[in-house]
Ligand binder design. Structure first.
Ligand code: MTE
Ligand code: LUZ
Ligand code: MOS
Length: 764
């Protein structure tokens, strides 16, 4: 089956929030953001904006009828700044006008006077000053303090990891429509309709049932709309509440870049203890997370950093500490991997340092320490049906890992200014929201008398192929053609209390909820059919390609006849299904439990070529063995693997977020913030899916796929480091990401890029 949206996207027929023809009297909003990163508001003058021709309203914190609060985990984030500002771009006022041009003109006329206060952009500085969000946490396994003395070698180091802009194609936007009786409907581009509904209700002082949020699809979310779509929905709802008119807000790209949070930058310290044979005995990490100016999802992101702090390795003595540090940047948020990638980068850096010190190939240490069944994660869960060694060995064999090292060594011996490097990157990613209660989902299924089916779930189509997956699953569960199935918009009046579509678990959670609803309808239909067809056992009735079978044989009945007859006999043709992931729990006091339903494993081998005189490089190949379980749609899943990899490669290499000391985003346009394009991607990209890896919990044996492949991208950093060391092994290379061509050049030539680095031919 092809992706369900493909034709609509290709023809441009697919509708996003602002593509739906606007109501005649719709107004447009623009946001006035703080020009200063930290300070006290002394004066805010909106009179010139109000006096602008075509401006209908200018709203500030004082105009909020309910609570001026949108913080989800911790209530520390006002919708509109009140008294103080904490980052550049923080919404202070919203201007509502007849057009977006007029609204922006009005916003330009707002005058603000801010008494500046000290700006912090560095997480370690924030930590030192006690600017900590929530409480720091520590995961412990064994006893690192006692273990250090027993290690042959103990090494320490530091990592500095950059953030990442989501660059969803569709910027943040929302449209609010006031309905009768004070009810408001919001069309939003959000991964979390329920978060929007709750926040709007709170801001307007309404009951949840008086707020309806509807989401057709997203032009990408990548985590950037898990929490951070909420503010824009609240602002249009507030404007609609005041004006009584529909209001739309569409952020321009530059506004979106400036005002919204990103992947968290981290600064981390590591200490690793190894034996001469490459066994890792002890590992300690301290993570300082740059949370930005409000909590947002930072504490949950930080928790996942801890969960993934040992990646795919078993280490008997572990201590991992993390603190979420408040700075004067936009609140950082979810981004594909959700803190996991940062934790994995640090352990991979520690292993690189240990390998270099021991004079061993990095992959030898990695392979030796891979997780095996029964091993403990540093959070008390045991490895069950682990695939770290299986995916590694399959990748090593299929892609000739021993031959690759020989080929690269030979190349490097024969070339001076061009060097090659490679890295193996195993991944292990836990599936489930780490906040256990979020692992629940509902679905509403209707069968109409013509045999067509309507499905609503709490899941969001954000480009990842959820609609295609749900259609396939529903068609299979009913035994009917996929054309019979229509997946509806996600709507808070049809499905209540949904969790965000996130954590890669959308098909797992919502697919199962939908299957439970379908099973209820099918049970009723089968019981009814048994009577009509005069057969004894309803359980032996099945549907295959719309034919009703008994014990595998034709009955002469079809789906259409069955549904029509059931209706006339007053059999219910609708059902609501509810699913909650079984057997997961976590005790935050003891920091142990079984937080994940299962883990995703895989291995990537990355090869690069580096021009050591210019710092520029080419990603030659990335070759992956990945576990999808039993895929629902291989093309959809392949798209997820390749797309995730692209984002991971970009994060590690060219995507360089730069803020100055005043908290101003310098890479505030897509001209200065580079993302990987088709040419940047490896020429040779191969993906093999693991056989016989069905997941009993997933719909039809499928496994989650959305986030894990991003972490294959981490390999490119170590492949580049390998090539750099082949050119100049003696220089001390930093574990600073992204490894841009500029950083490569300066890393290779620390004495200055103009001086000739070494006598020609002296190294190789
Ligand atoms: N793929 C596309 N095309 N667009 C997206 O926004 N988001 C990613 C991933 N793949 C995303 C995507 C993220 S961050 C997550 S958590 C998952 O998809 C969410 O969808 P899933 O739960 O269905 O995998
Ligand atoms: N969101 C969340 C997530 O709230 N909890 C999680 O564990 C998570 N994991 C990945 C991505 N988003
Ligand atoms: Mo994805 S970071 O869970 O939205």
């Amino acid at each position: 089956m092809k992706r369900i949206d493909a034709a609509l996207h290709t023809t441009g027929e697919a509708q996003f929030v602002d593509d739906v023809p606007p109501p005649a009297d719709m107004l447009h909003a623009a946001v006035f953001g703080s020009p200063v990163a930290h300070g006290t508001i002394l004066m805010l003058d909106t009179s010139a904006a109000r006096a602008t021709d075509g401006v209908v309203a200018v709203l500030t914190a004082a105009d909020i009828p309910g609570e001026n609060q949108i913080g989800s985990i911790i209530q520390d984030e006002p919708l509109l700044a009140d008294g103080a500002v904490h980052y550049i771009g923080q919404p202070v006022a919203v201007v509502v006008a007849e057009s977006s041009e007029i609204a922006r003109k009005g916003a330009h006329r707002i005058k603000i006077d801010i008494e500046k206060r000290p700006v912090i952009t560095d997480p370690r500085e924030a930590f030192a000053q006690g600017e900590i969000i929530g409480t720091p946490r520590t995961f412990v396994l064994g006893d690192v303090e006692a273990a250090w003395a027993k290690c042959d070698l103990v090494l320490e180091g530091r990592c500095d990891i950059g953030g990442q802009e989501h660059v969803y194609l569709e910027t943040q936007r929302a449209r609010a429509v006031p309905l009768e009786g004070g009810v408001v409907r919001v069309y939003a581009s959000t991964q979390s309709p329920y978060a929007g509904q709750k926040a709007i209700a709170n801001v307007l002082g309404l009951a949840n049932h008086n707020v309806e949020v509807d989401v057709k699809r997203l032009g990408g979310g990548f985590g950037g709309k898990e929490d951070q779509a909420t503010a824009w929905s609240c602002l249009v709802a507030l404007a609609a509440w005041h004006t009584g008119k529909p209001v739309e807000l569409v952020l321009r790209r530059d506004e979106d870049l400036r005002m919204t949070g990103k992947r968290h930058p981290y600064s981390s310290d590591f200490k690793i203890g190894v034996m001469r044979d490459g066994m890792i005995r002890a590992y300690e990490a301290k993570h300082y997370q740059n949370a930005g100016a409000a909590a947002d999802l930072s504490t949950a992101v930080m928790e996942r950093t801890l969960f993934h702090s040992t990646n795919s390795y078993f280490i008997p003595h572990v201590k991992a500490f993390a603190a979420s540090c408040r700075t004067n940047l936009p609140p950082n948020t979810a981004f594909r991997g959700f803190g996991g990638p940062q934790g994995m980068f640090v352990i991979e850096s520690a292993i690189a340092k240990a390998a270099e010190a021991l004079g061993m190939p990095r992959e030898a240490i990695q392979r030796k320490n891979l997780l095996e069944d029964g091993d403990l994660f540093p959070y008390g869960q045991r490895v069950e049906r682990g695939e770290a060694t299986r995916t590694w060995d399959e990748a090593a064999a299929a892609y000739d890992l021993p031959g690759l090292r020989q080929r690269i060594d030979a190349f490097n011996a024969a070339h001076f200014e061009t060097k090659k490097g490679f890295a193996v990157m195993p991944i292990c990613f836990g599936i489930s929201f780490t906040t256990t209660f979020m692992n629940q989902a509902s679905a509403l299924v209707h069968v109409y008398t013509d045999g067509s089916v309507s499905v609503t779930t709490g899941g969001i189509e954000m480009g990842q192929g959820l609609t295609t997956n749900l259609t396939s699953i529903a068609a299979q569960a009913f035994g009917i053609r996929p054309e019979r199935i229509k997946v509806e918009s996600t709507n808070t009046t049809r499905v209540a209390n949904m969790s965000p579509s996130a954590a890669s678990a959308t098909t797992l959670l919502n697919g199962n909820a939908m299957m439970i609803a379908i099973e209820q309808i099918m049970d009723r239909l089968k019981t009814f059919a048994a009577g009509e067809i005069h057969v004894p056992d309803p359980a032996k009735i099945t549907l295959d390609d719309e034919a009703v079978l008994y014990d595998g044989s034709e009955t002469g009945w079809t789906w259409a006849r069955l549904v029509q007859t059931a209706y006339l006999n007053r059999i219910g043709l609708s059902a609501h299904g509810f699913f909650a992931t079984p057997d997961i729990y976590f005790d935050k006091k003891k920091e142990t439990g079984r937080p994940f339903a299962y883990h995703i494993y895989g291995t990537a081998i990355t090869e690069v070529t580096l021009d050591c005189l210019r710092g520029v490089y080419d990603i030659e190949s990335v070759k992956i063995v990945h576990d999808l379980g039993r895929s629902i749609n291989k093309l959809v899943d392949l798209g997820q693997v390749e797309g995730g990899l692209a984002q991971g490669l970009g994060w590690m290499t060219v995507e360089d977020l730069q803020y100055n000391d005043e908290g101003r985003l310098l890479s505030g346009a897509l001209a200065t913030y580079k993302v990987p394009d088709a040419y940047f991607m490896p020429d040779d990209l191969q993906v093999r899916f693991l056989e016989d890896a069905e997941e009993p919990l997933g719909p039809y044996g499928s496994k989650a796929v959305g986030e894990p492949p991003l972490m294959y991208g981490i390999g490119v950093f170590f492949a580049l480091r390998h090539a750099m060391r082949a050119f100049r092994g003696a220089v001390d290379l930093a574990f600073t990401a992204p490894l841009t061509p500029e950083r490569v050049l300066m890393g290779l030539h620390p004495e200055g890029v103009e001086a000739p680095p070494v006598a020609f031919g002296a190294e190789g």
